[in-house]
Design a protein around this ligand. Structure first.
Ligand SMILES: Nc1nc2c(c(=O)[nH]1)N[C@H]1C(S)=C(S)[C@@H](COP(=O)(O)OP(=O)(O)OC[C@H]3O[C@@H](n4cnc5c(N)ncnc54)[C@H](O)[C@@H]3O)O[C@H]1N2
Ligand code: MOO
Length: 392
């Protein structure tokens, strides 16, 4: 879909974008000074100044093109078009004026240094030629890229639309109101987490709801959403428990699989496509498991739906400040605090590595995750691990 450039921040390009005009648009001055013919400054030196006659002035925004004859100069300001008959600019500081004490000359300027052709001239197209590609399909339109396109005369871009996403947190224990917590109740946080993670990607969920462990009500809500949205993200209810209604409701879906992924935390999940058309990402209820699963599986899928060229964040090595217990058979994804030092990144566990799928508090202080491959065993202080920074 085509959108005005100024409304496209955070969206992904559907097409390559070429410069509509050259950058810079025309030869222009890099300095406040005098436009000259470089040849006219031949022999100029501190002891033997060359005098040039001033025939005019060009300020930024002026459309004039004064014609320089031999031995003449034009006052010119930064960004103004260099007269077609000039080939260099001399900064005002490298000249002397015809009035004692004045910075700028009125009629004649004294030049005390030779200049070469092209000096202080920003050449047409030196940054980008007309028609050259400034952005490519699949790239995210950040502020810098948008500014580049605006400068190159682009006013509209073709982008992929953001996916429509619904979020449902499930669990009879979840308390969303402001009243007192009864025994067995906990404040609901997963829908806040998932809606927030979506917002970080620029996606405003079309609906966010919290559902108690009523299997029929959940199935009905899911059927309703399946035809309306591109993806449904649920949390909780995927374990083998008696009340794990998400797993139970999804069992009748032919294109949804219940899996146990080899990641700690985040084992039980259900993924696939609902009969109504939407993708379903049924994440485990433990808050850190839900966050890790979103990062590993949901975020890349949502980026893919938008045609993004980069699906994964870069992983960066960091040295462990403190050791921790590893995970024998599964890939361990450990919330870590990360700090930058003159010798590189350092990391330390933000949670107790022995068990943290529930540790929503420590997870909140994490800057990223350490990704420890299966079979590596415990990580000792001083060892290097790969980390992915998710909040900084
Ligand atoms: N017998 C077994 N029990 C469990 C297994 C297993 O394999 N066998 N797996 C464990 C693992 S690992 C996980 S993860 C969980 C997955 O269970 P569910 O997806 O059914 O999650 P719940 O039981 O609904 O909740 C787990 C935990 O998280 C809290 N929670 C859930 N939703 C929210 C929310 N929206 N906001 C805040 N906190 C939430 C919930 O209170 C539980 O403490 O199963 C294990 N058990
Ligand atoms: O594998 Mo569960 O998702 O740890 O907590």
């Amino acid at each position: 879909m085509a959108v005005p450039l100024r409304k496209a921040t955070g969206l992904y390009l559907a097409d390559d974008v070429a410069a509509a005009v050259a950058l810079p648009l025309w030869h222009n001055s890099a300095m406040d000074g005098y436009a000259v013919r470089a040849a006219d400054t031949a022999g100029a030196a501190p002891g033997s100044a060359v005098e040039l006659r001033i025939i005019g002035e060009v300020a930024a925004g002026d459309g004039v093109d004064p014609r320089l004859e031999r031995g003449t100069a034009v006052r010119i300001m930064t960004g103004a078009p260099v007269p077609s008959s000039a080939d260099a600019v001399i900064p005002v500081e490298q000249t002397a004026a015809d009035v004692v004490g004045a910075a700028w000359a009125e009629h004649r300027v004294l030049v005390r240094r030779e200049v070469v052709p092209g000096a202080h001239v920003r050449r047409r197209g030196e940054d980008a030629a007309v028609g050259s590609l400034l952005a490519h399909s699949g790239e995210r339109l950040g502020a810098r890229r948008i500014a580049a396109l605006a400068a190159a005369g682009v006013s509209e871009v073709s982008v992929r639309r953001r996916p429509r996403v619904a979020v449902i947190a499930t669990g009879a224990e979840l308390h969303t109101g402001s009243g007192p917590l009864e025994r067995g109740q906990i404040p609901e946080s997963n829908s806040v987490l998932i809606a927030g993670l979506l917002a970080e990607e620029g996606i405003e969920p079309v609906s966010v709801s919290v559902c108690d462990d009523d299997a029929e009500g959940f199935a009905a809500r899911l059927a309703e959403l399946a035809g309306e949205v591109d993806a449904v993200i649920t949390t909780g209810g995927v374990g083998p428990g008696l009340h794990d209604i998400v797993r139970i409701a999804l069992a009748i879906e032919p294109d949804v699989r219940a899996v146990r992924v080899a990641v700690k935390p985040g084992q039980p999940q259900c993924f696939g496509r609902l009969r109504g058309g939407a993708m379903i990402f049924a994440l485990p209820g433990n808050p850190v498991s839900a966050a890790v699963s979103y990062e590993l599986f949901v975020r890349p899928a949502l980026l893919r739906m938008q045609g993004a060229g980069r699906l994964h964040r870069p992983s960066v090595p960091a040295v462990a400040d403190h050791g921790w217990r590893g995970s024998a058979e599964r890939t361990q994804v450990l919330p870590v605090r990360i700090r930058s030092t003159p010798h590189g990144l350092r990391c330390s566990p933000a949670v107790d590595a022995r068990g943290y799928s529930h540790a929503v508090g420590g997870h909140g202080a994490a800057d990223g995750y350490a990704i420890v491959e299966p079979g590596r065993g415990d990580v000792s202080a001083g060892e290097t691990v790969e980390t992915v920074i998710v909040a900084w």
